[in-house]
Design a protein around this ligand. Structure first.
Ligand code: ZN
Ligand code: ZN
Length: 173
């Protein structure tokens, strides 16, 4: 049942693979840019010790780089959850201080799965694909509540699931 597993389990390495190349490049460029700014621009004008510039350069650089990676991740993650990609990228840029990503992670919708038949994005509450009526999850033939594939009787109305002819249509399993 890979379809159901992918919407419930959370793997960090799988999530990190989402980060697009442009955002990794942007993170790298901003990190290097900030090092340049702190070492060569600020250090020329202020007589504070070199160590202070290294410290601030590295910490600000890391912060901005992580922020760039976050925006990249959101740009790939938002469409999977039926959330407006550009709206969230814009919010992350406009709302300074990392508030944008925080709001995003608080408000983000559950992952959408895909119809195994036509590829339409499906919300977790769907029992049937809205485009091709493909049966996404097993459900009771009488009350249409979701049931587990191992259930013999509906947990909502007690209907004998063996009398449904759903297995023929249940191509997902
Ligand atoms: Zn479909
Ligand atoms: Zn039922």
């Amino acid at each position: 049942m890979p379809r159901n597993d992918s919407s419930t389990s959370f793997s960090v390495s799988e999530e990190l693979k989402l980060i697009p190349r442009w955002s990794v490049a942007l993170a790298f460029v901003s990190f290097v840019g900030i090092q340049y700014l702190f070492f060569f621009v600020l250090h020329q004008h202020h007589r504070t010790p070199m160590a202070v510039h290294i410290y601030f350069g590295a910490s600000w650089g890391a912060l901005v780089a992580v922020y760039m990676l976050m925006i990249g991740y959101i740009s790939e993650d938002a469409p999977r959850r039926n959330m407006g990609k550009w709206l969230w990228i814009l919010l992350c840029i406009v709302l300074q201080g990392g508030i944008g990503p925080v709001i995003y992670f608080l408000l983000r919708q559950p992952l959408l799965s895909q119809c195994g038949c036509c590829g339409t994005r499906l919300e977790s509450s769907f029992n049937y694909c809205p485009q091709c009526a493909y049966k996404v999850s097993p459900n009771c033939g009488v009350c249409h509540e979701s049931v587990r594939i191992t259930d013999l009787y509906c947990t909502h109305c007690g209907h004998d699931l063996a009398t449904d002819n759903s297995p023929a249509k249940l191509r997902a399993y």
